[in-house]
Design a protein around this ligand. Structure first.
Ligand SMILES: NC(=O)C1=CN([C@@H]2O[C@H](COP(=O)(O)OP(=O)(O)OC[C@H]3O[C@@H](n4cnc5c(N)ncnc54)[C@H](O)[C@@H]3O)[C@@H](O)[C@H]2O)[C@@H](O)CC1
Ligand SMILES: [K+]
Length: 215
């Protein structure tokens, strides 16, 4: 077989690469987050071209979590809003606890849009797209209490763009080692390189795109 195998790195290797790039001053964390958001929006417009047609004002529901995955969600919200999308954004957790880069993008979003607290039993209506930016590679323990939120996502029947990972998935583990629910997904956009979970997702037929970060 001559087909080139995709590079797979662990979440720890990914973090180390980001830390090195930031530490050497070649890029800031905020710039990386902007690149991540730009890669996500590019993937959205390519995957769902009907939402990119001029004159449409698609509706996106964006779910932001308490870490930098949520930060990516705020960047996507801002970039989609600038393209004329109608954005309903929900934040899980308090803004004051967001890490600095995510907080900076939260604050930028607040100048143009509203932040709704994520209800325990949400009704997201009938959006054209859901962006899942709840949890990425920073998941550190089993996820509990999100069943009703994931069910509400599924009820919309809208396509779901997973930022880095479907929330609840452990980036480094096989899905069959996890016994808690994970968010539904239609397309996963990860950054720089696949992590082990992405290879498992691809093997199950889930489309996974790798967006470059310039690392
Ligand atoms: N500079 C960077 O590090 C970059 C990070 N990026 C994004 O940042 C993500 C990683 O960000 P973080 O390291 O902040 O991690 P996450 O945003 O994935 O999650 C961390 C947060 O989730 C909480 N948490 C973890 N497990 C939980 C559980 N089971 N239940 C409830 N809360 C839980 C943690 O306490 C923390 O608040 C990546 O997946 C990617 O989307 C991208 O923006 C590229 C640049
Ligand atoms: K996610």
């Amino acid at each position: 077989m001559n087909e080139k195998q995709p590079q797979i790195i662990t979440s720890a290797q990914m973090r180390a690469m980001e830390a090195t790039a930031i530490g050497t001053g070649s890029v800031t964390g905020l710039e990386l987050m902007e690149r991540a958001g730009t890669g996500l929006v590019t993937a959205i417009l390519a995957a769902w071209p009907e939402l990119a047609r001029p004159g449409t004002a698609p509706r996106a529901v964006i779910l932001c979590g308490p870490g930098n995955n949520g930060g990516d969600g705020f960047v996507v919200a801002r970039q989609l809003r600038k393209r004329g999308w109608r954005v309903a954004l929900y934040l899980y957790g308090g803004a004051e606890r967001l890490p600095p880069d995510a907080r900076a993008n939260h604050d930028r979003w607040c100048k143009i849009g509203r932040v709704n607290p994520l209800p325990a039993k949400p009704d997201f209506g009938t959006p054209d797209l859901i962006v899942d930016a709840l949890f990425g590679i920073g998941l550190s323990r089993p996820l509990t209490g999100f069943d009703t939120i994931f069910a509400a996502i599924s009820r919309t029947q809208a396509p779901v763009l997973s930022v880095d990972l479907p929330s609840g998935r452990d980036a480094d583990a096989r899905p069959d080692t996890m016994d808690w629910p994970t968010a539904p997904t239609s397309l996963v956009v990860t950054f720089h390189a696949l992590k082990p979970a992405h290879a498992h997702l691809r093997a199950r037929g889930v489309p996974v795109i790798v967006a470059p970060l310039g690392l």
